[in-house]
Design a protein around this ligand. Structure first.
Ligand SMILES: [Zn+2]
Ligand SMILES: [Zn+2]
Length: 256
């Protein structure tokens, strides 16, 4: 599978780092988005990926920086010149159906699925779903009342399973360590440098601890608030973990 970081940033508008959104391309032409913050649809356009090519969107939690471009995606689906006819599935944490209805309500008919099937569903912590050629697992994170991390597993060449884990937002949690166990790539939020952490978010020391305890193959850091770019964040991670780690850039690609 292939991961493209659409937005390596946060709630803060920045030229270099967009809000959280990530594209995962799996076999059989499956394209999945992990979160869809503001600017995510524009980043897809930069990659030449049409909105209608997205089959599923997984939402980690309900904060605006992770959800706002759902509105954009749905409105674009009704544009006559690019009318979506392919089904779209949007999955979120407990309470997502009500959240989604409230998000779309002010726009009325503009966001109603005009020519395609729209499936909105909720994922509970610990949920497993099987899709064609890959599997999704979820775990709770310590961020909001209902926030999730995701593990996507696909059988790669030679029948070896390849796993990508996305932390969503959250600080240290045993559930995330278990979800990430042995993953090939951990896409890990790292909101603030060590010494500047806030509850419900990870710092380099937390990210390093999770990577170390889970034994992941490599780690890519995202959800970087501005102070992260003013220090040597990677050195802070390496103080607690000696595996391969890098700071994501917007539109960076990783083979998993
Ligand atoms: Zn966030
Ligand atoms: Zn959040």
């Amino acid at each position: 599978m292939r991961l493209t970081v659409l937005g390596s940033g946060t709630a803060v508008p920045r030229a270099e780092r967009g809000s959280p959104a990530h594209l995962v391309e799996l076999g059989e032409g499956e394209r999945v988005l992990l979160d869809l913050g503001p600017g995510g649809c524009r980043q897809l356009a930069r990659l030449g990926v049409r909105p209608r090519a997205i089959r599923r969107v997984l939402i980690s939690h309900h904060h605006p920086d992770h959800t706002l471009d759902l509105v954009h995606l749905l409105f674009a689906a009704n544009y006559p010149g690019e009318l979506r006819t392919e089904p779209l599935m949007v999955l979120g944490p407990p309470g997502f159906r009500a959240f989604f209805a409230a998000l779309c309500a002010p726009y009325g008919q503009a966001l109603r699925a005009s020519a395609y099937e729209l499936v909105i569903d909720e994922l509970h912590p610990g949920a497993r779903r099987r899709f064609e050629g890959w599997m999704l697992q979820c775990a709770p994170t310590r961020h909001t009342e209902h926030s999730l991390a995701f593990r996507l597993t696909e059988l790669g060449p030679g029948g070896r399973a390849r796993a990508l884990v996305y932390s969503g937002d959250g600080g240290y949690g045993r559930e995330l360590v278990e979800l990430a166990r042995g993953a090939d790539l951990l896409l890990m939020e790292c909101s603030f440098p060590d010494g500047q952490g806030v509850p419900g978010h990870a710092t380099p020391a937390v990210a390093a601890r999770i990577a170390r305890e889970a034994g992941v193959g490599r780690m890519v850091l995202v959800h970087l608030y501005p102070p992260c770019d003013e220090v040597d964040l990677l050195a802070q991670v390496r103080a607690g973990w000696d595996g391969p780690v890098e700071l994501a850039r917007d539109l960076a690609r990783y083979e998993v």
